[in-house]
Design a protein around this ligand. Sequence first.
Ligand code: CP3
Length: 347
Amino acid sequence: MEKEKKLLNTLKGKKYDIPPVWMMRQAGRYLPQYRKVREKYDFMTMCKTPEVATEVTLQPIDEFDMDGAILFSDILVIPEAMGMKLQFIEGKGPVFESPIRNKGDIDRLTVEGIEEKLSYVFEALKLIKMSLNEDKTLIGFAGAPITLAAYMVEGSASRNYIYLKSLMYNDTRSFNLMMEKLVQALEIYYLNQVRSGAEVLMLFDTFAGIFSPFDYERYVFPFVKKLVKKIKSNTPETPVIYFPKGGANFYKLLTELPLDGVSIDWSISLTDANKKLGGKFTLQGNLDPVVLFADYEIIERETKRVLEEGRSLEKGHIFNLGHGILPKTPVDSVKKMLEVIRAHNFS
Ligand code: CP3
């Protein structure tokens, strides 16, 4: 058995016959052992209790021998630490009681004390790191500014993002102030994650794709760029992976960023994504999570297709899904996918 950190090394340019693998949202409701813990606590209590967060972080490692362990937490702990009241409502998802709607609301967001307020995250990372085998890579993460802003302004999941985009278009100055505060909070958050043991940093930009390429470039990208540059100057040795979901139309912009990896959704092939990204980054992805609901022949066919495409990437491939694993995914389908990956003979 290899004792190397395959996932970390792939981001640093090393090539392996079989790529490292993990899944976004790999600790979650599709796992019976997660549901068992979840019966005892609500979701935020799990996030805020380092021993529990550690236990569920390790579940997919024990079950599937994944190469990466991603901290169990949520992107929305940041707005909560900035003063917003957050609830997770069964069947509805995250809800902010008083969404951000104007400059006054934005002025009340505070970056002060963020490190102390989020100390439960850093404690969890330290605990996870102590329990993790040396060949596993510990992944820290946060939500990108616009993805956090989408929840903060809309208040919950949204269809058209009318509040968010109206604020962005009509009061750009206040919108920029909010984005600026988020960048400040995220910089501190990421730095402390690395100090607490995170070896790779993921930046989840789930809502990047709700913008036209023009608006993404004008209103969103400057803050992604600022944040990524800050992270890389604070902790240059720690690889950063950006996941702009639905962002294939503006991949070209990303070639300016000091990123190490880009996580690709299933709307584009790895081959085409790599061309648009100029072959500059390790690519992560990009099996459609719904393939795991299909028959085994389809799982095998699609897994092999992704593997073969990943094989030809200059900067290497990390096998993953194109977005988070879905709550009702059959565990045996995940095992099937992993079997195909680990037994694959490249042509
Ligand atoms: O990847 C992992 O396993 C680490 C943990 C993780 C969670 N959320 C746990 C979680 C990560 C990385 C996230 C990120 C996250 N959270 C994103 C960005 C990535 C993505 O998937 O798009 C977003 C948009 C959120 C916000 C969020 N949190 C929503 C919309 C929901 C409700 C929907 C759902 O899946 O329940 C959550 C709750 C949440 N976050 C759960 C988990 C395991 C489910 C909580 C439960 O047990 O009820």
